[in-house]
Design a protein around this ligand. Structure first.
Ligand SMILES: [Fe+2]
Length: 356
């Protein structure tokens, strides 16, 4: 699988061809090691989502440019902004994919690169520790400014390189990033203030080496089947049981009476993490499924979402499909919905079991 492609590719027909689709968070923002949910979700929704929305707006504008008549300042401006926004989108996706634990287990800080990547780091830097010393020093040197610390595979140089980047558009030609560490202040200020070095050390303790190793295999052409590593934990494995944020937005705007019924599933302990919901959604507790399942319509699809699209909506969709409902899980949950700029309304818990 092309890891730049979101898990649900069926949405492509619902969005204009130039649209870049949102990628879900693979890390569990509430189960990280010293990086707060507030920081990570704000970063994902506002900075990654902002770059994605900007990129799609620029690409929509570019689709309408008359190349024979457009003034050069307009061409230069749009193409420059497209490059910057695309670089930001791609590097943020690699950054978020590079972080996280396994399932509900937070990163321990003790994980090491998988054997083949460790061998490559040792070959190219002397040892994993020597690579780490260079990479973290390079990241910390960006403190007080902005940019990215990138580990990339260069086919031409025949090695892994630690690449310094002063902005989203700074890249080693032809190289493929496999790990990117965001050194813009928005990546750490909420948790660490101006202490960029402390953030670098904490981010290194949150690396998901399994996915970084998979990116290395993809970059060097040695990849086998990596799809599951890039699916949110607990999301339905079958594509027909998932719906992307872009597709849901399109069918809600288009399908009238046949529009999906929106089911908001939330654990009682997660209610305090929530403030809003999709307009028209009905909120239920997963444990009370026997009480509410028969109220769901059978003549319309049911779009099920939770906070980030992990096992809460994934398990509900599995149970609903076993009962014959056309249920699909929103990839990335309401968090991905926020990232594409989807509208919401204040949370309504009047239908939620156990809440008055
Ligand atoms: Fe960022």
């Amino acid at each position: 699988m092309d890891v730049q492609t979101p898990p649900s590719t069926s949405s492509r027909q619902f969005a204009p061809p130039q649209t870049v689709l949102v990628r879900p968070l693979l890390l569990k923002p509430q189960y990280m090691n010293g990086l707060s949910e507030r920081l990570l979700v704000s970063h994902y929704v506002n900075n990654y989502g902002g770059a994605l929305r900007r990129l799609n707006a620029i690409r929509a504008r570019l689709a309408g440019v008359d190349w024979t008549r457009a003034p050069v300042f307009e061409i230069n401006g749009l193409k420059r902004e497209e490059l910057i926004a695309a670089g930001s989108v791609i590097l943020h996706e690699i950054y978020f994919d590079s972080l996280g634990g396994h399932g509900n287990d937070p990163p321990t800080g003790l994980a090491e690169p998988p054997a083949e990547l460790a061998r490559a780091l040792t070959r190219d830097f002397g040892s994993v520790a020597a690579w780490r010393a260079e990479f973290t020093a390079m990241a910390k040197a960006l403190a007080g400014g902005s940019g990215w610390a990138i580990l990339a595979w260069s086919e031409r140089l025949g090695r892994l390189v630690n690449q310094w980047a002063a902005d989203h558009a700074h890249a080693l030609a032809g190289a493929t990033p496999i790990l990117a560490l965001d050194m813009y202040e928005h990546a750490y200020h909420l948790d660490f203030g101006a202490k960029a070095a402390a953030y670098v050390d904490q981010a290194m303790a949150n690396l998901n080496w399994e996915r970084i190793g998979a990116r290395y295999r993809l970059a060097t052409g040695e990849a086998a089947e990596e799809d599951e590593l890039f699916l949110p934990y607990g999301a339905p494995p079958q594509e027909e049981a998932r719906i992307s944020a872009e597709e849901l937005k399109a069918v809600l705007e288009r399908d009238g009476e046949r529009r999906p019924f929106l089911l908001d599933i939330c654990l009682p302990k997660d209610l305090p993490r929530r403030t809003d919901m999709l307009a028209g959604a009905v909120m239920h507790a997963p444990a009370a499924l026997p009480q509410w399942v028969e109220k769901l319509p059978r003549d319309r699809p049911v779009a099920v979402y939770c906070i980030c699209g992990f096992q809460i909506s994934g398990t509900a969709v599995k149970e609903l499909r076993q009962r014959g409902y056309d249920a699909r899980a929103l990839v990335g949950g309401i968090t991905a919905w926020h990232a594409i700029g989807g509208a919401t309304v204040p949370m309504d818990t009047s239908t939620y079991e156990g809440v008055q």
